[in-house]
Design a protein around this ligand. Structure first.
Ligand code: ZN
Length: 380
């Protein structure tokens, strides 16, 4: 059994050990040591990475009581090796995992809800609870969690005897009575957990819940702590500063400024729609009545505008054809008529102009991959 240095001291970054075995497997080397500070993936906590001498540790996992280091090179069994874990990554994982215990402990104390899902991912730490909390309740939880950080409370981990275990109330209660490891955050939480944690809550720095999604039986939170929360804050502050500069507004007036810009955009869009309709009406009014067909090319019309234009234009001709688009990306079309069966016509046009579409006898729509010249050639 590998001696687990991370249980003795979660802050061991480097250590000396002996190689017990090394085997090749699926393009990598699986190395077992007599002792290690590398935490194997487990309990929602990612594995440690780092180096063993000159080889890289890509992943660490537990197998049959041993900690197995998956490495990019071999080490001879029996040799001595110096191990170093990627401390930034490990410390960040400890900050976030300890923060999760604090938040889950407070939620449990305040609301009696259990943590039923935990994942430390690229876009934050995800925690699922089996009960719903609204934004106000969550900000109270977050506030209390940060107060626990400011108190710099001690975090301890130990393997209690079965008798002691029977006397202690803790979260994530297991069926086991032996080899249960408890992690306690003084005054906040006691929970069964196998992962390494910070020694005092002050190491966590800050805890921020930044998203809550209502789920079937509760709520899913996304949160960050420590260095990751700080980096996230830097990014958000930069983007808030950029937005307020773009809007020429002080930062606390950004929401109102965005609301104003959106209202202006909607008003401009409304006006533009009216002007476009007017333009089309005038264009149509200028066309004489004809027994033949009328073809219109108009850039940037949406489907509704094309349909209403085509349906007005068919009053003046046999078939009204409205095209919108450009030579490079092709054209969308609407054909309208009061007399012809346009399904036949559009099938023929689609074939000639590499198009697709269809509709009712009196109105069809679709698109063609052809240039304006080719389209005009077809209608001539
Ligand atoms: Zn845990």
């Amino acid at each position: 059994m590998t001696r687990r240095l991370y249980y003795e001291d979660s802050h061991v970054r480097e250590f000396d050990a002996q190689v017990v075995s090394c085997g090749e497997r699926e393009g990598a080397f699986e190395i077992v040591l007599d002792k290690t500070a590398f935490f194997p993936e487990g309990g929602g906590n990612p594995a440690d990475t780092g180096t063993l001498g000159r080889v890289k540790v890509l992943y660490t996992f537990e197998w049959d009581g041993e900690v197995v280091h998956r490495c990019d090179g071999p080490l001879p069994a029996g040799s001595a090796v110096h191990g170093a874990i990627d401390w930034d990554r490990r410390f960040s994982n400890m900050q976030n995992h300890s923060a999760e215990h604090i938040v889950s402990g407070i939620v449990h104390q305040r609301h009696g809800f259990a943590n039923v899902g935990f994942h430390m991912g690229e876009d934050g730490v995800i925690v699922d609870f089996d009960g719903f909390m609204d934004d106000g309740e969550l900000s109270d939880v977050e506030r209390e969690a940060n107060e626990a950080v400011w108190r710099n409370a001690p975090v301890t981990a130990w393997f209690p005897s079965p008798e002691e275990l029977g006397r202690i109330a803790y979260r994530s209660k297991l069926e086991l009575t032996e080899n249960v490891r408890l992690v306690a955050v003084e005054g906040v939480d006691v929970c069964a957990c196998c992962a390494p944690h910070v020694k005092r809550t002050g190491e966590i720095g800050v805890i921020k819940i930044f998203e809550s999604i209502r789920r079937k039986n509760g709520v899913r939170l996304r949160m960050l702590a420590g260095s990751r929360a700080y980096e996230d804050y830097v990014k958000r502050a930069r983007s808030a500063a950029d937005i307020s500069a773009l809007l020429s507004t002080p930062r606390d007036g950004v929401t109102q400024a965005v609301e104003r810009v959106l209202a202006e955009r909607d008003a401009a869009q409304f006006k533009l729609t009216g002007l476009r309709r007017q333009l089309l009406e005038e264009k149509l009014a200028a066309e004489p009545y004809t027994e033949g067909n009328l073809i219109f090319f108009q850039p940037e019309l949406d489907m509704r505008e094309m349909q209403s234009f085509a349906s007005a234009a068919r009053e003046k001709c046999a078939v009204a054809a409205v095209f919108s688009g450009d030579d490079e990306s092709g054209y969308r079309y609407v054909l309208a008529s009061k007399s012809a069966d346009l399904r036949v016509l559009s099938r023929d046009m689609n074939e000639a102009l590499h198009g697709r579409g269809g509709g009712r006898p009196e109105m069809v729509s679709g698109s063609v991959s052809a240039t304006r010249e080719e389209i005009e050639g077809y209608w001539r």
